[in-house]
Design a protein around this ligand. Structure first.
Ligand SMILES: [Fe+2]
Length: 197
C-alpha cells in the first residue's frame, strides 16, 4: 500500500526545553513546509510520469533532485523531533544491551554521541549497521545523504544553525548538552526493535 505523505505531530516537542518554544515553533513550521513541498513535488511528478517528453527531461531531473532533498528533510526531522522531551527517558531492554555491547556502557555511548555532534555541522546519528548489528554514532554533513548504506537511523540530532542559533548563538556545545539532557529513548528503542519507522 502506498501511503500519502502527511505531517506528524510530536506531543511535548514545543515544551521539550531544548530550545525556546518560539525557536521550536519555527523549526516545526520549517518541517511542515518540507512536507507540503514533498506533497507538491509528488503530485507534479505523478502528473507528468505518463506524459513525459524530451522537453520535460530537465524539469523531471530538477523535481527529483528537489524530492530527494525534501523527503530526506522530512524524515531527518521526524527522527529528531521525537527524541526530544522535557523529561528524558534512558534506554532500556535490548537497546541498552546493544549500547553496552558496542560502547561498554551507557556513559561511553553518550560521550561518543556528544563528541560526534561536536565535530558535525549537519546531522549526527545513532545508526544500526544492519550488516553487522553494530551501533555507530556517525555524522553526515548534508541533508540528503545518510552516513552509511544498509544502516538504520535510530536517533538524529539536528546541528544546522537554524536549530539552535536563535537561543544559543555561537555556543553550540550548550545546545548539544541540552539535547543530551532531554533525550527520549523510547522511540529509539522502537526503531531498534523494528516496530517503528
Ligand atoms: Fe532542522
Amino acid at each position: 500500500m502506498v501511503r500519502v505523505l502527511e505531517p506528524k505531530t510530536f506531543p511535548g516537542l514545543l515544551d521539550s526545553k531544548v530550545v525556546s518554544r518560539g525557536t521550536m515553533e519555527e523549526h516545526y513550521k520549517l518541517y511542515l513546509s518540507h512536507v507540503q513541498k514533498g506533497q507538491d513535488l509528488t503530485e507534479r511528478l505523478t502528473q507528468i510520469q505518463c506524459t513525459r517528453s524530451t522537453a520535460q527531461a530537465t524539469e523531471i531531473a530538477n523535481l527529483k533532485g528537489d524530492l530527494t532533498f525534501v523527503l530526506s528533510a522530512v524524515r531527518n526531522h521526524e527522527i529528531y523531533f521525537d527524541i526530544l522531551a522535557a523529561q528524558g527517558t534512558p534506554p532500556t531492554g535490548k537497546l541498552l544491551e546493544a549500547i553496552c555491547a558496542c560502547f561498554g556502557n551507557l556513559d561511553n555511548y553518550l560521550k561518543d554521541l556528544r563528541q560526534t555532534a561536536r565535530t558535525c555541522r549537519g546531522w549526527t546519528w545513532t545508526m544500526l549497521d544492519e550488516c553487522t548489528g553494530r551501533l555507530w554514532n556517525l555524522p553526515s554533513q548534508q541533508m540528503a545523504s545518510g552516513p552509511l548504506w544498509k544502516a538504520r537511523p535510530l536517533l538524529a540530532v539536528d546541528l544546522f544553525e537554524h536549530a539552535f542559533f536563535g537561543d544559543y548563538g555561537l555556543h553550540r556545545m550548550d545546545y548539544i548538552d541540552a539535547v543530551m539532557t532531554h533525550l527520549n529513548f523510547k522511540p529509539v528503542e522502537s526503531r531498534y526493535l523494528g516496530v517503528a519507522g
